[in-house]
Design a protein around this ligand. Structure first.
Ligand SMILES: Cc1cc2nc3c(=O)[nH]c(=O)nc-3n(C[C@H](O)[C@H](O)[C@H](O)COP(=O)(O)OP(=O)(O)OC[C@H]3O[C@@H](n4cnc5c(N)ncnc54)[C@H](O)[C@@H]3O)c2cc1C
Length: 315
């Protein structure tokens, strides 16, 4: 039996949900499971992970990794890889994962597969062409580093009898030093608390159309406006409007997606919504698969009509 090494992450003092998803993902691979937890004063978190799918958990518990820096983490993970000789290293496809995972693969001179959502019959499966195709990826060599999309599988449930073991690592080779964390000031929208969200995607086509078409429906419903990533990448709206795996994870009572195709990274951010209405002119758009109500039509006709109807209903 081979070994899968999970690189667990700590966020706000606890093991991230995405790490418990890696524990479930590792079950699909079927190897012996080992993990590494990195930070300072992380004994409780490591114990918690060992008891819930983490297997034998190595702890790199040192001041030098109290805050994330790619150099120090890469050194710590390299030491964990050397201590466990894994066939597969699983990392979450989170900002830390994007940063550190390629370094792990480069240091091991091994295969790297990014952004997978499934493991099936010896192959990693990843979505390509905006979710229109699934690619089955197999690798050569005896080791592979894979990043797994948050939300791709349900988090590990149940309890396991894992163990924890300290791993001493020499971090003196880390060139980057942590200086400070500055949290960006929120500028008005806090989508995580909104009960109704109306999001616009690339289909809106023009930054001017967000205040003209999308925001009025959000206002009429007493909700907030959101967006897909291309909208933010294009600079049409600031990042705090972005819903998805690299934006905000939201769970409103009502989510309206207009001109959004429904890529996995967007769905990850809004799949906890209670009721989803999708408006898209392409009847085959994947967003319709998660919608409670789907409207196949031009958003520039449907959204203003909806806005008027809501206003009329409110009197
Ligand atoms: C690592 C990584 C992280 C990512 N993180 C995120 C994330 O956090 N959030 C996110 O959203 N994406 C994210 N993405 C991008 C994601 O893969 C998709 O590219 C993105 O979600 C697509 O956005 P969209 O649906 O607005 O655009 P498109 O996929 O281009 O879809 C536009 C849709 O608009 C429809 N349309 C066009 N005109 C009209 C009209 N007049 N009326 C009605 N419908 C119309 C089209 O039929 C189409 O379905 C990430 C990607 C990667 C690789």
């Amino acid at each position: 039996m081979g070994t899968t090494l999970i690189v667990a992450e700590i966020q706000n003092g606890a093991i991230r949900e995405a790490s418990y998803e890696l524990a479930a993902f590792a079950q699909k691979i079927g190897h012996d499971v080992k993990s590494v937890v990195i930070g300072s004063g992380i004994g409780d978190q490591a114990e918690a992970f060992a008891a819930k799918g983490g297997g034998e958990v190595l702890t790199v518990d040192q001041d030098g990794v109290a805050n994330y820096s790619v150099d120090a983490y890469a050194i710590a993970i390299k030491a964990a890889v050397e201590a466990t000789s894994p066939d597969v290293v699983l990392v979450s496809n989170t900002p830390i994962g994007w940063d550190v995972a390629p370094r792990i693969a480069a240091a091991q001179d091994c295969a790297f597969v990014s952004d997978v959502f499934n493991y099936d019959d010896g192959a990693f499966v990843r979505r390509v062409f905006n979710g229109k195709l699934d690619a089955r990826v197999t690798t050569s060599g005896d080791r592979v580093v894979a990043t797994v999309q948050p939300g791709a599988v349900a988090a590990f449930e149940g309890s396991t009898s894992g163990s924890t073991k300290p791993l001493e690592v020499d971090l003196s080779g880390a060139a980057a030093k942590f200086v400070e964390t500055r949290v960006a000031e929120a500028k008005g929208v806090d989508l995580s608390k909104a009960e109704i969200i109306v999001s616009g995607g690339r289909g809106v086509g023009d930054p001017e159309k967000f205040p003209e078409v999308i925001q009025p429906l959000a206002d009429a419903l007493g909700g907030a406006m959101g967006a897909s990533r291309p909208v933010v990448d294009a600079g049409w709206l600031p990042h705090e409007y972005q819903v998805g795996s690299s934006g905000q994870i939201v769970a409103p009572k009502l989510y309206i997606a207009a001109g959004i195709s429904g890529a996995i990274q967007h769905l990850v951010g809004m799949k906890g919504s209670n009721f989803v209405i999708a408006i898209n002119k392409d009847g085959d758009a994947p967003i319709f698969e998660v919608a409670d109500v789907g409207v196949v039509g031009d958003l520039f006709e449907v959204v203003p009509a909806l806005t008027e109807a809501v206003k009329a209903a409110k009197g």
